[in-house]
Design a protein around this ligand. Structure first.
Ligand code: NCD
Length: 314
């Protein structure tokens, strides 16, 4: 039997906070839970998860809440900061420190970049690990765990893949986190597909070797090369200019016609929510895995919660 990798008390602010071996240990546990969820339905009994959402979320918040409830744990939290003491002028770090007096684990989403890191530092003397559920346009590590688990399951490996990322690569935090994570595996190539206004920021691009990526604004030219096509929506809430958003929002629309040239085993992923960038007719294509991906997201969050709370042997 392999040794259990202990992640108790650790924070997850960026995907690279964990080594590949540590990530694998989370995916291995997620696979075990997926195969036999009933065996895990009480391991979180008596534990409390706080969900602190300063920015709207359906999927991420529900999947954390479903994950905790399916482990037998309980929840406190808010999804509208107007109902928290922020409206009384309390600092964010003070709010979280107070929550840390009550809860065992905290999940935070905030529109400002770097918030999860700031909060986790402010909690260094407290015993509540922090999970970043999205900080502005910066990172979204648990979506990356979801994406990697999906790729591992559906492709059998996270190595030697050609990954097309299409849409809003500028503001799409899931893209930033996924590229940083997949770059650590061997032999991956990235095809960055966006309008020129929404190109991947240099801060992420500079992490890639020149040979490891190409940039294009034409999906048709590259679709037949891809093992994975990761579609994203244009992030309306991060635009300063609404007209610019309206001009760019339907730049790419994946439909059955566009898919004619794609490989039979190409995976179509999307972090969701979808707008118009994937036509609904694509949903029944066997290559479309975005709802399966959402399901894996719950199992991988169950595994992450267990790991950070040290429940694996419970
Ligand atoms: C993503 C996000 O919040 O960044 N959604 C999610 O968590 N599944 C993607 C998006 O909002 O476009």
């Amino acid at each position: 039997m392999s040794e259990i990798i202990n992640l108790k008390g650790r924070n997850l602010v960026e995907p690279n906070d964990f080594t590949l071996q540590e990530l694998d240990s989370i995916f291995d546990l997620a696979d075990k839970i997926l195969a036999d969820p009933a065996s895990y339905q009480e391991v979180g009994k008596g534990k409390l998860l706080a969900t602190l959402f300063y920015e709207p979320s359906t999927r991420t918040r529900f999947s954390f809440e479903a994950a905790m409830l399916r482990l037998g744990g309980q929840l406190i939290g808010f999804d509208n900061p107007d109902f928290s003491s922020v409206s009384k002028g309390e600092s964010l770090v003070d709010t979280i420190r107070t929550v840390a007096c009550y809860a065992d684990l905290g999940v935070i989403r905030h529109p400002r970049e770097g918030t999860a890191k700031l909060v986790s530092k402010g909690l260094s003397n407290f015993e509540m690990p922090i999970i970043n559920a999205g900080d502005g346009g910066h990172e979204h590590p648990t979506q990356t765990l979801t994406d990697l688990m999906t790729i591992r399951h559906e492709k059998g490996t996270c190595n030697n893949l050609t990954i097309g990322l299409c849409g809003d690569l500028l503001f799409g935090r899931t893209v930033h986190s996924l590229i940083k994570a997949l770059k650590r595996y061997e032999g991956n190539k990235f095809v960055l597909i966006s309008p020129k206004e929404l190109k991947l920021p240099d801060s992420v691009k500079d992490l890639l070797d020149d040979d490891d990526y190409i940039e294009t604004d034409n999906l048709d030219d590259v679709i037949d090369d891809l093992d994975i096509l990761y579609m994203t929506r244009v992030q309306r809430e991060r635009f300063v200019n609404e007209e610019e958003y309206l001009r760019l929002k339907d730049y790419f629309v994946l439909d059955n016609k566009k898919l004619q040239n794609a490989r039979d085993d190409m995976l179509i992923l999307h972090p969701l929510p979808r707008n118009e960038e994937i036509a609904e007719e694509v949903d029944v294509d066997p290559r479309a895995k975005y709802f399966t991906q959402a399901r894996y997201g719950m199992f991988v969050r169950m595994a992450l919660i267990m790991k950070l709370l040290g429940l694996e042997n419970a």
